[in-house]
Ligand binder design. Structure first.
Ligand SMILES: N[C@@H](CCC(=O)N[C@@H](CS)C(=O)NCC(=O)O)C(=O)O
Length: 198
């Protein structure tokens, strides 16, 4: 299996963490999704991550790839069907994943906007993206996380790792001490250390 990825991508990191945890061998192809038009032949959306299987077919996006890797590797990152409960089970895991993906969407879009040449930069967009990141962090602060990480915890870990990587001055820990404590431990998993953004 070949993963189109980039060491800075938090979405690709989710897949790399799951693969690492399940000892799945992935050939990693590093691409710059914004600039590399050849990526469209793999993923018509021209985004990473994309996973090319041995038969040449491709899977995207990160929730699909992570669930596929979880199935192939016999993992437990996607809890089985459960009734809706905000505190446990499948819907908690998928809900957390959606929140983490949303924070990453806003943080990545903000990064793209902020690195535009001054005359093309849209400050309203930047403010809107950062408001989403901050509201996402506020929503996470009162939540409790499972000792047995699901795709939800993995996604939140990758989202926070991306904030530290691209927004080192954000100071999110000041107003989110509970989340900061959780991340201090979660970020020490060998799979998180091995996939730290660069
Ligand atoms: N929903 C997608 C988002 C993936 C995504 O936005 N990836 C970024 C890199 S971190 C990308 O490829 N951006 C290229 C672009 O938007 O042109 C997922 O979960 O995989």
């Amino acid at each position: 299996m070949k993963l189109y990825t980039n060491p800075a991508s938090p979405f690709a990191r989710k897949c790399r963490v799951i693969a690492h945890e399940l000892a799945l061998k992935l050939e990693e192809v590093n691409v710059n999704a914004r600039d590399d038009d050849s990526l469209r032949a793999v993923n018509p959306l021209k985004k990473i991550p994309a996973l090319v299987l041995d038969d040449g077919s491709a899977l995207f996006d990160s929730p699909v790839i992570c669930e596929y890797l979880n199935d192939v590797g016999g993992g437990k990152f996607f809890p089985g069907l459960s009734v809706w409960r905000p505190t446990s089970g499948r819907w908690k895991a998928l809900g957390l994943q959606a929140l983490g993906d949303g924070i990453m969407d806003a943080a990545v879009a903000c990064r793209y906007e902020s690195t535009q040449p001054e005359e093309r930069r849209n400050r309203d967009h930047i403010a809107r993206y950062m408001a989403t990141v901050k509201a996402g962090l506020d929503a996470l602060e009162p939540m409790s996380f499972s000792e047995t990480p699901s795709i939800g915890e993995v996604t939140i870990g990758c989202a926070l790792g991306y904030l530290d990587f691209r927004y080192a001055d954000l100071g999110w820990r000041d107003k989110h001490p509970k989340l900061a404590d959780w991340f201090a431990k979660f970020s020490q998993y060998p799979s998180m250390l091995a996939t730290a953004p660069s």
